[in-house]
Design a binder for this molecule. Structure first.
Ligand SMILES: C[S@@+](CC[C@H](N)C(=O)[O-])C[C@H]1O[C@@H](n2cnc3c(N)ncnc32)[C@H](O)[C@@H]1O
Length: 494
């Protein structure tokens, strides 16, 4: 038999290629080491290297995905198709609304996916916005080599997806199921997987929520045989390899979860700090209360001190005013005693008693002399104001002289506005004064007191009053005499 050497070469090359394709050595499927171009929120990220590896193994004519969401799994298939320059048609089917397990979302997810997908894969791939069921007629039976089921994850939903799409699978058909390891809530892929894996050749990964590969066609691709027939230890090594490879790809969801974890820790720390702050704030509040009480006491003491200072200043003012008043009165006295009137009066007195009295006596006018000799004589040297405004601490300074021609004065009082004020008296008899008026009336100088002064501290009044000023003298024989000194109108200052 003549053989064509060229054919022999070709056959040998194909045999080597098939061998390489079916080889599970990742260095014969470098596409699985590609950096994924599609990075988006997804729970699928860790399976990207295997998705690319599988495309290289299967070299499918048609790939269909049920459930695409942000397109992480789907774009991994597309990226591998493009890198390997395969003649593959890819279809992503999703209503892009979300579901109860994945969460619901808006149009922006598909819009954003298109922006990534269209420029790169538009030539061989289509994003079909439809329910899985409605998309069924778009595909001929036995036309799909690779079907990825990643829709709604209840047992019923995933079984319905599998059952309805199974007739579309080719003889080489392979079905991938995601979330075969999820047993929370009402996820049921694991349950269907348990049922199916006993009926078909399969391989599964346990990481990344689980990914099951089921060879549903009668003639699975030869390249897949090594994977499907791998021993348990080989399966373990393959799982470990793709787990390691997939874990190296950072998923935004996992980053978000890590960030969430960090956030939760920060929240706890924040709560602790808030607690500390609250303790400090309440302690501060207590201190503030204490200092408020101290401040209150301090303010009260200060008020008392200020009031005392005010009273002191008032007293000082009063004292100053009294001193000024006194000085004024002294000036007035000096003025009066040095005045012409006084001198005339003194001279008249001298004339009267030196010359007139002897003359009276001579003329037998002894009655007059007797009258004089039994008299209480007095004079107020200070001028009385007509009116005085009475506020706090008002005072009236008075000075004058008095004597009785016969009786001894025991006590002198000033009665002003009904109140009695003791009078300071000069003990020494002012002979000169008396003599000036009544010479020789009391040569022994024992019968009289003369010269008095006093300061009347006038209490506050409520309304204007005409106050009378009287001089009261009490004598040795227990008799008394009250003489009118004048009147002053007292006006209330307030
Ligand atoms: C888990 S997500 C797909 C995740 C995706 N494979 C990835 O790589 O991240 C499931 C998607 O299936 C879609 N879906 C669920 N049931 C569907 C149905 N009956 N028809 C169309 N889309 C459906 C949801 O809208 C959702 O986007």
């Amino acid at each position: 038999m003549v053989t064509n050497p060229q054919n022999t070469n070709q056959q040998a090359r194909h045999a080597i290629e098939d061998e390489i394709k079916s080889d599970l050595n990742p260095f014969h499927h470098l596409v699985c080491l590609s950096q994924p171009l599609r990075v988006a929120p997804s729970f699928w990220t860790q399976h990207i290297p295997f998705a690319m590896f599988l495309i290289d193994l299967l070299r499918p004519r048609t790939v269909v995905e049920l459930g695409t969401f942000t397109g992480v799994s789907y774009c991994a298939f597309c990226q591998a198709v493009k890198i390997l320059d395969l003649d593959t048609r890819c279809y992503a089917i999703d209503n892009w609304q979300g579901d109860r397990h994945n969460g619901f979302y808006g149009d922006e997810v598909l819009q954003e996916l298109k922006q990534h997908h269209d420029p790169l894969y538009d030539s061989f791939s289509k994003l079909i916005r439809s329910s899985f069921e409605e998309a069924l007629p778009l595909f001929e039976d036995q036309s799909i080599d690779l079907l990825h089921i990643d829709g709604y994850h209840t047992y019923q939903a995933v079984k319905a997806d599998f059952d309805s799409w199974l007739p579309k699978m080719s003889e080489r058909g392979v079905v991938l199921f995601h979330d075969t390891e999820v047993r929370e809530r009402d996820f049921g892929v694991w349950q269907l997987w348990q049922e199916l894996k006993s009926k078909h050749p399969h391989f599964d990964f346990l990481h990344g929520y689980g990914l099951g590969l089921l060879a549903v066609g009668k003639s699975p691709p030869a390249a897949l045989q090594k994977l499907l027939r791998a021993s348990e230890s080989e399966r373990h090594r393959i799982r470990e390899f793709f787990h390691q490879l997939g874990s190296g790809i950072e998923s935004p969801i996992e980053s978000a979860q890590a960030a969430q974890q960090t956030l939760a820790e920060l929240h706890t720390k924040l709560k602790e700090k808030e607690q500390e702050l609250q303790t400090i704030t309440s302690r501060f509040g207590e201190r503030e209360e204490e200092s408020r009480v101290s401040a209150y006491h301090f303010a009260r003491h200060r008020e008392e001190l200020e009031a005392s200072a005010r009273r002191l200043a008032e007293k000082e003012r009063e004292a100053q005013s009294l001193i000024a008043h006194l000085a004024d009165k002294e000036r007035q006295i000096a003025k009066i005693t040095s005045s012409l009137g006084w001198r005339v009066l003194s001279r008249y007195g001298r004339i009267k008693y030196r010359y007139l009295l002897p003359l009276y006596k001579l003329l037998g006018l002894t009655q007059a002399s007797r009258k004089i000799s039994n008299s209480f004589l007095f004079n107020l040297d200070t001028l009385l104001p007509e009116e005085l405004v009475i506020g706090k601490g008002n005072a009236l300074y008075l000075s004058g002289w008095c004597f009785h021609t016969i009786k001894k004065i025991k006590r002198l009082e000033i009665i002003f506005n009904g109140a009695s004020y003791p009078v300071k008296r000069f003990r020494l008899a002012r002979r000169d004064v008396m003599d000036a008026y009544f010479p020789n009336l009391d040569p022994k100088g024992r019968s009289y007191r003369s010269g008095f002064w006093t300061i009347l501290a006038i209490p506050q009044i409520e309304k204007t009053v005409d106050a009378s000023l009287q001089l009261k003298a009490s004598f040795g024989d227990r008799s008394e005499i009250v003489e009118q000194l004048g009147k002053v109108t007292l006006k209330a200052a307030y």
